[in-house]
Ligand binder design. Structure first.
Ligand SMILES: *Cc1c(COP(=O)(O)O)cnc(C)c1O
Length: 380
């Protein structure tokens, strides 16, 4: 019998049966009263759970579109923007902003580390920035930015809209929009929400919405907040066809989060990630992200001497677990493994056992069983 394939890349993450069932439902008209009711409820829940006095947008697209949507709605050509980059996805904002004709300043961290709030504050004092972008968890490094501390600083800069990329964090790492001083939080459905790819999700607070108003007409059409606001408040209206089944699936994900408790969910992610990281270290692997800024949603794992990336990931896939390779300077030197969303302890143990089976097949010298044993001791 073949092993089930566990999708342990940092998104898409494994989907549970009840979410799959929603995606597999017979599609209805977007004006169907039952669907309208469900869509409305989803938006209200998202606003309440992530604490925003503003709007929430759920639009077909991926995380990258959400990044572009955030920038499009709060900046105009020639505006100054500060991009805080802790890796590959932080850098993506540079491209998005440059193409829009914005003046981009960049603060970059070494991979595995994060830009400090002090450095950000010093930069903000230099000139007037229309917006600042911060990646909560940069998936290329597994480093987590101190978004709450940065939010405290930005509260002193009324002209700067604070955009947080939560694509590898939201629903796995603690994020509250208004209370953390965030103006736009954005994510995609396929990471810690545990839904298939296909939805961009954004929360926008009052500061961001005011900025959007002040811009009058923007060049972008499909991703204009003002086009979607009427629909998000009254889904009987039409602007562009909503992704009916994906919206149902996200609603089920939100129901599961409420059932688990959002704070309990954050704690679970921390518990799983601490245990998993301890096991990886017991096997002799090193983690790229510094301990002080290590995230809970994925692990970025450096290979010890003698393990070849392509071979390791190929055998691990044969053993039933898909992981992702390293990006940029860490291509070939690292693998990335997600442990976010709706994964249970069975999945965590199965993944670790598959990693051990792989190491045994590679004749890697280590104490057989130490990975699973460390999990047993720590995953409580
Ligand atoms: C995955 C990811 C993105 C891009 O999302 P897509 O859905 O692939 O477009 C952006 N930012 C971060 C931090 C991510 O992890």
């Amino acid at each position: 019998m073949k092993n089930r394939k566990l999708v342990m890349i940092p998104g898409p993450t494994p989907t549970v049966r009840s979410i799959n069932d929603e995606m597999g439902r017979e599609t209805v008209a977007f004006g169907d009263p039952e669907f309208v009711k469900d869509f409305k409820k989803l938006i209200l829940d998202l606003k309440e759970m992530w604490k925003v006095d503003g709007e929430c947008f759920v639009v077909a697209g991926s995380g990258t579109m959400a990044m572009e949507m955030a920038i499009a709605n709060v900046t105009k050509r020639e505006d100054n923007v500060l991009v805080v980059s802790n890796g590959f996805f932080g850098d993506r904002f540079i491209d998005i902003c440059t193409r829009k004709g914005l003046n981009v300043d960049v603060l970059s961290a070494e991979w595995g580390d994060v830009v400090s709030p002090d450095m950000i504050e010093n930069k903000l004092k230099e000139k007037n920035y229309s917006a600042i972008t911060v990646t909560h968890v940069d998936t290329s490094t597994g480093a987590r930015a101190p978004i709450e501390e940065i939010g405290e600083i930005i509260k002193k800069y009324p002209d700067t809209v604070y955009i947080v990329d939560g694509v590898a964090a939201t629903a796995g790492e603690r994020e509250y929009v208004d209370t953390m001083g965030i103006d736009i939080l954005l994510t995609g459905s396929q990471k810690a929400f545990g839904v298939a790819p296909g939805l961009a999700i954004l929360w926008a607070g009052q500061k961001a919405l005011k900025r959007r108003k002040s811009l009058a007409t923007i060049p972008e059409y499909y991703i204009d907040f003002e086009k979607w606001t009427p629909i998000m408040n009254d889904p009987t209206k039409y602007f562009a066809t909503p992704a009916v089944n994906m919206i149902w699936a996200l609603k089920e994900s939100v129901r599961l989060i409420k059932e688990e408790g959002i704070e309990e969910r954050y704690e679970r992610h921390k518990r799983v990630s601490d245990a998993f990281n301890a096991s990886l270290e017991a096997l002799g692997f090193e983690l790229l992200a510094k301990k002080e800024c290590r995230c809970s949603t994925l692990s970025n794992v450096l290979y010890p001497e003698g393990i070849e990336d392509g071979e390791f990931r190929k055998i691990l896939a044969e053993e039933g677990v898909m992981v992702a390779g390293g990006l940029g300077p860490y291509a070939g030197k690292m693998f990335r493994i997600g442990h976010m969303g709706n994964i249970d302890d069975h999945t965590v143990y199965a993944t670790m056992a598959a990693i051990e089976r792989t190491l045994i097949r590679l004749n890697y010298k280590y104490e057989i069983g130490i990975g699973v044993k460390t999990l047993l001791e720590n995953l409580k």
